[in-house]
Design a protein around this ligand. Structure first.
Ligand SMILES: [Zn+2]
Length: 252
């Protein structure tokens, strides 16, 4: 199939504060060209970084306008074909469109980690009571020989919600980001407990998750051994057991 002329595509790349990388521009160009080839129509492609709608398209009089999340810049051929089928001719194509939709959904599911990835610049380390950066820096020196490279901040507060469980912290491996639950940011929560939670998340970088027989081992034997060796581990555990109700209540 011949490459479409330059005029057969138009690109709008999400302009995050950092400029789109050259690699992104060329893969966006390629994606737009392929879609234009497959549909034999002019394609306008908007690549975004939203968290809600991953793919949508609109048929304008002289072009098809796709809006896709940037994860699709690395989509395999079958998914690109599905994107085309999704917006393809309506008549007699219901089954094909359904199948395309299923394929796209599966791809989005496999790449969900990228959607949830928080922007580093939204991370605030200084809370009302506890300063996570200070705790992180101290632990990095005392426990990890300064080797941990991550950014740390409080997770988003959802005031007024009573919880049944609480995930005190999370480590996003690819982005090297640690987020701590804001329920810990109050005067009744001692710093040694916050530090133990931060230590746990930092340890995820020191002892990374690994695949064994297709299973992802996150808290393996080595991880647990080093966690138990942390001086305040027992004290933090005991405090957590006694204060679960406090952690589950809303801090605001
Ligand atoms: Zn963990």
């Amino acid at each position: 199939m011949p490459r479409p002329a330059e005029s057969n595509r138009q690109l709008n790349l999400f302009d995050a504060r950092r400029a789109p990388r050259a690699a992104n521009v060329s893969s966006a160009r390629e994606l737009a060209d392929t879609l234009s080839d497959l549909l034999a129509e002019r394609v306008r492609l908007t690549v975004h970084d939203n968290r809600s709608t991953m793919v949508s398209f609109r048929r304008n009089p002289d072009e098809i306008h796709y809006r896709v999340h940037h994860m699709f810049l690395e989509a395999p051929n079958e998914v690109v074909t599905a994107l085309a089928a999704f917006a393809g001719p309506r008549r007699g194509a219901a089954a094909r469109r359904r199948e395309a939709g299923t394929r796209i959904d599966a791809f989005v599911k496999r790449n969900r980690a990228r959607i949830a990835m928080p922007r580093a610049d939204r991370l605030l380390a200084r809370g009302r009571v506890h300063d996570l950066q200070e705790i992180y820096d101290r632990l990095n020196g005392e426990q990890f020989g300064g080797e941990i490279e991550a950014r740390i901040g409080w997770g988003p507060a959802r005031p007024g919600k009573r919880r049944r469980t609480v995930k005190t912290g999370v480590y996003v491996q690819d982005a090297r980001i640690i987020r701590i639950h804001p329920t810990l940011d109050r005067p009744q929560v001692p710093e040694f407990y916050v530090a133990a939670v931060v230590f746990h998340e930092m340890l995820h970088q020191a002892v990374p998750a690994r695949e064994v027989n297709g299973r992802r081992i996150v808290h393996g034997a080595e991880f647990r051994r080093r966690e138990r060796a942390y001086p305040d581990h027992g004290r933090a555990r005991a405090w957590e057991h006694r204060n679960l109700a406090l952690l589950l209540s809303s801090p605001v």
